[in-house]
Design a binder for this molecule. Structure first.
Ligand SMILES: *[C@@H]1O[C@H](CO)[C@@H](O)[C@H](O)[C@H]1NC(C)=O
Ligand SMILES: *[C@@H]1O[C@H](CO)[C@@H](O)[C@H](O)[C@H]1NC(C)=O
Ligand SMILES: *[C@@H]1O[C@H](CO)[C@@H](O)[C@H](O)[C@H]1NC(C)=O
Ligand SMILES: *[C@@H]1O[C@H](CO)[C@@H](O)[C@H](O)[C@H]1NC(C)=O
Ligand SMILES: *[C@@H]1O[C@H](CO)[C@@H](O)[C@H](O)[C@H]1NC(C)=O
Length: 297
């Protein structure tokens, strides 16, 4: 574990070993750090402590002294009372994935041997449709409850109430992109070690097919088929992108979730932590025509 943290330290801050040694500290489980109380700060400064009256621009570890740690610390012991918050797409999101926590960076960094993920033309794509019992009711859960899935690559199940903005993410947890699936989006997942060229090919096709899409790395994928498309109850895992299969999958699966509606995403409550690039409209916000440009090809 220490090794991984150290490696992340090198990767993230490209610094020297001396600094990274200092960087290794035990996880604190303090509940809150009072505002304006630098003296009570028990974490570490990185790369070095600021001078007393310095306007220091470095990093703190694990959290900045002025941060209200309760909004970030997923191990908070105090149970949220039901009246406190359900989900606003911003607070308590660390329950699924904390974008400010460098220790979670392994979710989107390639820490394995890349050559195991090389594309192989002879490896067939795997298209799956899952049986969802007719009586199944899709439901959302507030951030006072954890959501876990019994398969590494979930295509249906519980999700968070607030959807993520459509587009590409540094990392988006499954609990959020499942919300998008339930609303009829197509999600592209790729292992962080997947071949860059293949990732770009699939990304370009998806982006030009429909507005309702999400693109994020995911460790759920295997080295044999490290790129995938997912829709509600369906998945397509690939080693090499097959454009025809991809377009067929998108056309047949888009706008199919149980909570699909033609309503536009509302910007008042939306999840956008880690958003790299917002999706562009292709036809209209309802994606009236999916992969239209592929007609007749
Ligand atoms: C630094 O801060 C202390 C009090 O916090 C103050 O007395 C002192 O004058 C400051 N020094 C400088 C160089 O600003
Ligand atoms: C979480 O909060 C929601 C909404 O306030 C409530 O309906 C639900 O029962 C709570 N769940 C738990 C486990 O407390
Ligand atoms: C990565 O895997 C390949 C093939 O399995 C192997 O030849 C190579 O030595 C490995 N590289 C590292 C750095 O482990
Ligand atoms: C489905 O969408 C409707 C309206 O957009 C919303 O009120 C409802 O809570 C959603 N259901 C779930 C399970 O999120
Ligand atoms: C979304 O926002 C618009 C205003 O921008 C508002 O008129 C509409 O009622 C909102 N829809 C929902 C479902 O909250």
């Amino acid at each position: 574990m220490i090794k991984i943290v150290k490696l992340l330290c090198y990767l993230l801050f490209l610094t020297t070993e001396i600094h990274c040694k200092r960087f290794i500290v035990k996880r604190k489980t303090t509940t809150a750090i009072p505002k304006n109380a630098t003296e009570s700060w028990t974490g570490n400064w990185f790369p070095h402590p600021p001078l007393p009256n310095d306007s220091w621009k470095g990093k703190w570890f694990p959290y900045a002294p002025y941060t209200n740690i309760q909004t970030l610390d997923v191990t908070h012991k105090k149970q949220l009372s039901a009246s406190e918050i359900c989900d606003d797409g911003k607070q308590y999101i660390g329950l699924d994935y904390d974008p400010n926590d460098v220790r979670k960076s392994f979710e989107h960094l390639c820490l394995a041997n890349r050559s195991l993920f090389e594309p192989n033309m002879n490896r067939e794509a795997l298209r799956k449709e899952y049986f969802i019992p007719p009586a199944y009711v899709a439901h959302s859960k507030c951030l006072n409850e954890t959501i876990s899935y019994d398969t590494p690559l979930p295509t249906y199940g519980a999700f968070r109430p607030i959807p993520p903005k459509y587009g590409s993410y540094i990392f988006l947890p499954a609990q959020r992109w499942l919300t998008s699936l339930s609303q009829g989006a197509v999600v592209m997942l790729y292992h962080p070690c997947a071949n860059n060229g293949q990732v770009k090919v699939l990304q370009n096709t998806l982006r030009s097919c429909l507005y309702r899409h999400i693109i994020t790395p995911s460790l759920a994928l295997s080295p044999k088929r490290p790129i995938a498309l997912v829709a509600w109850g369906k998945s397509l895992e690939m080693s090499v992108v097959d454009d025809k299969l991809v377009v067929d999958f998108i056309k047949q699966s888009a706008k199919q979730g149980p909570n699909f509606s033609s309503k536009q995403q509302n910007n008042t409550k939306i999840y956008e932590a880690g958003l790299l690039q917002e999706a562009h409209l292709i036809t209209d916000e309802n994606d009236i025509e999916v992969c239209g440009y592929k007609e007749g090809m």
